[in-house]
Design a protein around this ligand. Sequence first.
Ligand code: DQA
Length: 148
Amino acid sequence: MSIFANSMMKIAILNGPNLNLLGKREPEVYGNKDFVQYFGQLQSLFPEINLTYYQSNVEGELINELQRAGFDVDGIILNAAAYTHTSVGIGDAIKAISAPVIEVHISNTFSREDFRHTSFVTPNAKGLILGFGLDVYRLAIESFLPKS
Ligand code: DQA
């Protein structure tokens, strides 16, 4: 077995509640594209990365997935959606794991209602990308790539 066999960078994308409805949900805010379709485009764009995608509407399931992936992958891209603004548990899980987490939001949460200006994710994240539509996921992947 080659020592180089498993050298692919692993990045996990985790999406929270209601993001399974992308494409159908408030298209004026979140766009028209289905995430599974977009995820396929990301995989084609970054064939050198082992990209995985997980979505749940359930807070505890997202915490379980953060704990699982958090000691396995090189980086996590997290859109905790509404739980961003409410979940101490998700914030604590990010603090507990070893993988760096990039927080993303499709919309510019700071130009929206006041309750979206609070995040339990940001203090524990490596960085935050928001407001560029689905392109935030691509930008977050780019941020993990080695700089030339
Ligand atoms: C969101 C912003 C959140 O405020 C909202 O609850 C979402 C999606 C975004 O990607 O813009 O569900 O995280």
